[in-house]
Ligand binder design. Structure first.
Ligand SMILES: [Mg+2]
Length: 143
């Protein structure tokens, strides 16, 4: 089904470079959290995540984490040190929270991308919200 196709595929979030975001006209990057920006078990943001977020900010890309994870306190604690807003219990593939974020931060669907690791939640939610769906592989430990 075409609706399930990601518009771009990457191995990991680090491959989504600020240069690419600028080239693609991305101003708002909605990101899944678990297995996209971190391993499910990671309690604190990894150095590579902090660096990547900083680089994206320098490129004037707004990052908002949109997660189906329902642990509000854990999410806030994780996102605060990297200075990124987060939405928990987003109920993807429902697109409501993606649309709300675009309205809240005043970006159009054309300026927005949803980045995530799962077809059935992230990619589909992006399609429903009429934004580009970029997919990463499930995050693995990098040795
Ligand atoms: Mg995920």
């Amino acid at each position: 089904m075409v609706i399930f196709n990601a518009d771009k595929k990457f191995e990991r979030f680090e491959d989504v470079t600020p240069e690419l975001l600028i080239k693609e006209g991305v101003k708002l990057l909605l990101c899944d959290l678990d297995n996209t920006l971190r391993l499910h078990s990671e309690k604190e943001p990894a150095d590579e995540l902090q660096d990547w977020v900083e680089d994206c900010k320098k490129a004037n890309v707004k990052i908002v984490i949109i997660s189906n994870n329902g642990r509000k306190k854990m999410m806030q604690k994780f996102c605060k040190p990297i200075g990124v807003d987060c939405v928990w219990w987003a109920k993807k593939p429902m697109s409501k929270k993606l649309t709300e974020a675009m309205i809240k931060y005043d970006f159009s669907p054309e300026e927005t991308v949803m980045l995530g690791d799962k077809w059935s939640t992230d990619v589909l939610a992006a399609k429903f919200a009429k934004v580009r769906a970029w997919k990463v592989d499930h995050r693995r430990n990098i040795v």
